[in-house]
Design a protein around this ligand. Sequence first.
Ligand code: PXP
Length: 235
Amino acid sequence: MTKLGVNIDHIATIRQARKTIEPDPVEAAFIAEKNGADQITIHLREDRRHIQDRDLRILRETIQTRLNLEMAPTPEMIGIAKAVHPDSVTLVPEKREEVTTEGGLNVAIKGLEEKIAELKSSKIKVSLFIAPDIEVIKKSRKLGADAIEIHTGYFANSKSEKEIKNEVERIKDAAHTAKKLDLYVAAGHGITYHNIHYLKDVVEIEEYNIGHTIISRAVFVGLGQAIREMKALIG
Ligand code: PXP
């Protein structure tokens, strides 16, 4: 069965809009797990715009499934990861001015191999959030990553059926190559209740990390139901 990682950053975004104590991502994670989430994903951003250090600390204590920490490969974040010890880290690019993560990680950045090794030596699994590009996948393997998360944003932004088909093919080839190289294959970004069906034949995808669409639907039907519906769709 394909695993579902639920990204709960948006719960913290609502809380931070008022800088209050509700809604609490800790409660969201509890509900998510009770309703079938296989993993909780959070992104601790440099500007702390949504998830706070306190959330990460408490979630590490309360999560019963797996905690996946998305973060930029900066010395500050690596220090935090080594101290808090999530089950996995997904390295993502981060720009202050972006609304959400744009584009995949640049795997050519200096010192990435050493950073991956440092996290792995703390027994944290390391995933790289990358474009569905065969060369980037091969490089990820060489750098020592345990996993890749295929950036599905380009697919999600595609408009015509032709464009969508092309992107699905790219994702399929990428997932196939990654699997052959013995990398764990996740995918995420921009996936919705309406576009996930296009990816059903990409059997190599072992895990989806999905946030915005689930939290949006939760506003109307509740978080538990929103997660159960997505679990049913990913199969
Ligand atoms: N995976 C990664 C690496 C991300 O940065 C994000 C966005 O925070 C997601 C998955 C989830 O994307 P979305 O909120 O569009 O479902």
